[in-house]
Design a protein around this ligand. Structure first.
Ligand SMILES: Cc1cc2nc3c(=O)[nH]c(=O)nc-3n(C[C@H](O)[C@H](O)[C@H](O)COP(=O)(O)O)c2cc1C
Length: 184
């Protein structure tokens, strides 16, 4: 059976999820934030530990201080809001995986709601510690990133050294049956 047009449209939405670093100033409605948090809450995690806590940040001064942790995240200052992902700190490896899963869900849900999202990593250990101070996060928790949310103004990367755009072709990243076997 082929892909229905409805399924195709959903897949196209997911495929088109991009990192948004430039936002319109309009606030994100509270109802949309609640929906994002509900999607995040239902993310699967290692042994269903649900090792996360989310901090909804709308305060401009807090966003500005986070944006100053390092130049590649200076665009965070102009986002209308962000959600910080705080991990329990019990298992670094599985929590890093869980953090990636929940982040991607937030980005996809934002896109479906007509919003956009962006990942901003705090940086090295001292920058993470500073982010924790800014957000009042206890020392024994892990905090690496925020996901900014807002109505997209542009998906252009405004940084002086933008990340490479586009994606590698399927032929370069897929094998069949054994590594390096490039045809089915
Ligand atoms: C783990 C991770 C950390 C990232 N950290 C940052 C960051 O600190 N600053 C930033 O501008 N983009 C950051 N990004 C976004 C990537 O640069 C972006 O996903 C990639 O360039 C692809 O962008 P596109 O989907 O718009 O093509 C991060 C992405 C991931 C997955």
């Amino acid at each position: 059976m082929g892909v229905t047009s409805e399924a195709g449209a959903v897949l196209e939405q997911v495929r088109k999820v991009r990192q948004v670093r430039q936002y319109r100033p309009d606030p994100v409605p509270a109802e949309a934030v609640d929906q994002l948090l509900e999607i995040a809450r239902w993310t699967g995690s290692s042994r269903n530990t649900q090792p996360w806590h989310f901090i909804v940040i709308r305060d401009k001064e807090t966003l500005r201080r986070i944006s100053q942790l390092r130049p590649p995240i200076n665009w965070v200052a102009d986002a209308p809001m962000a959600i910080a992902i705080v991990l329990d700190g019990a298992s670094q490896l599985s929590e890093a995986y869980d953090e990636g899963r929940v982040t991607e869900r937030l980005l996809i849900a934002a896109q479906i709601l007509g919003l956009g999202g962006g990942v901003a990593w705090f940086g090295d250990a001292s920058q993470e510690a500073e982010a924790k101070r800014i957000l009042g996060i206890p020392d024994d928790r892990t905090a690496r990133s925020v996901v900014t949310i807002g109505y997209p103004k542009s998906i252009r990367d405004p940084r002086p050294n933008p990340a490479r755009a586009g994606r590698k072709p399927i032929s370069e990243i897929v094998s069949y049956e054994r590594f390096g076997q490039t045809s089915a």
